[in-house]
Design a protein around this ligand. Structure first.
Ligand SMILES: [Zn+2]
Length: 129
């Protein structure tokens, strides 16, 4: 139980790290700052040395990004962009967070919001324009 709580705290902490914010910004740029109608998505991974790395999904062509296969080891969150007007996690995002037991993070020019596995939504940051 304690380990679970500690894991939760570390997980949340990671989503607020400047390194994570760097990757949010990189994905946002790749996604055309919410102007494109297609999503960009990636796995956010905490390497064994504690650094955060990004593993972008190959699928770049679809309105809703998807991946096949399994989630890479040490993944701490799924990141993806949304069109600008669509800042909140969708019902599908919330389902995926629950199913995968991982935060599903929505990145738009206005905000970064995570759908958490427990059904909560967390505002991680509002981004500067
Ligand atoms: Zn989404």
């Amino acid at each position: 139980m304690l380990a679970y709580v500690l894991f939760g705290i570390l997980l949340l902490h990671d989503l607020w790290r400047p390194e994570a914010a760097y990757w949010y910004a990189a994905l946002l740029e790749d996604g055309g700052y919410g102007r494109l109608s297609t999503e960009r998505a990636a796995f956010l991974i905490r390497e064994t040395d504690g650094t955060l790395t990004l593993q972008p999904w190959r699928d770049r062509a679809h309105r809703r990004a998807s991946f096949r296969g399994s989630v890479p080891e040490r993944t701490i969150a799924l990141l993806h962009t949304h069109p600008r007007h669509d800042v909140r996690p969708s019902a599908h995002d919330r389902e995926e967070a629950r199913r995968l037991a991982l935060p599903v993070v929505v990145i738009t020019p206005d905000a970064v919001i995570a759908a958490m596995p427990n059904g909560n939504e967390l505002l991680i940051t509002t981004l500067e324009r």
